[in-house]
Design a binder for this molecule. Structure first.
Ligand code: NI
Length: 226
């Protein structure tokens, strides 16, 4: 499942982050790349322990935890602290698959990357190139969202970032371990949840609505791992 989620950050919040990014100390992104990815990667990142990254990262996670669409789609169990990157001057990241397991810095916790997320901080007309291209069995999906919007896609996907040939592209990226590991099961739950939400508006008194809501929770009980 690929899903774009609008308005994770307001335009004021995006502007504030952008101002901070302009002053930030960016490092060569290859430092955190795996052995194969290092060949394909040409961008810059904030250090994982950069106070700015920690602060904005916390804020993003907090916003998402109360974002109904994100919660419904991702069914998050653990969210890895967001990381931040910058692409400009032809910067790119060739086709790769992300690591499957990440350690939470400073803890013994590990996060399985069931879902990948990219949050855009720049509007599409501010830079050329820089599309996130995700390959799945339905083909290639090119993603370039407005600032403040986020895309969720399966952590198992082959993906890349096209070269940024004009301007600068700032983004946050991170991984989510879901209560429901399987993408198909998670997609079915999202579909059912959407139907239940729509019926709640149309026929709030319906007895069948209560039964459908029960089916949702009983499927979640079957499939969730906590
Ligand atoms: Ni990646």
């Amino acid at each position: 499942m690929m899903l774009s989620i609008a308005d994770v950050l307001t335009s004021e919040q995006v502007a504030e982050c952008r101002q901070a990014f302009e002053q930030a100390s960016w490092q060569d992104g290859r430092i955190t790349a795996g052995q194969q990815a290092v060949m394909a990667k040409s961008n810059q990142q904030l250090a994982l322990d950069d106070p700015l990254a920690l602060q904005i990262g916390d804020f993003i996670v907090q916003r998402l935890s109360s974002h109904p669409q994100f919660v419904s789609a991702a069914l998050p169990l653990k969210v890895l602290p967001p990381r931040f990157n910058r692409y400009s001057g032809g910067g790119t990241y060739g086709n790769h698959i992300d690591n499957s397991i990440f350690s939470m810095a400073g803890t013994s916790q590990r996060v399985r990357s069931d879902l990948s997320a990219t949050l855009f901080f720049c509007d599409p007309d501010e830079y050329d190139g820089g599309e996130l291209v995700v390959e799945d069995s339905y083909g290639s999906h090119r993603v370039k969202l407005p600032a403040g919007h986020l895309v969720l896609y399966p952590g198992s996907s082959l993906h890349r970032v096209e070269p940024v040939t004009r301007g600068t592209r700032y983004a946050a990226f991170f991984w989510i371990q879901s209560l429901v590991r399987d993408d198909t099961q998670r997609s079915l739950l999202l579909e059912l949840d959407r139907a239940v939400q729509a019926l709640t508006l149309e026929v709030p008194e319906s007895a069948e609505l209560a039964r459908l809501t029960g089916v949702y929770h009983n499927l979640l009980r079957q499939w969730a791992n906590t």
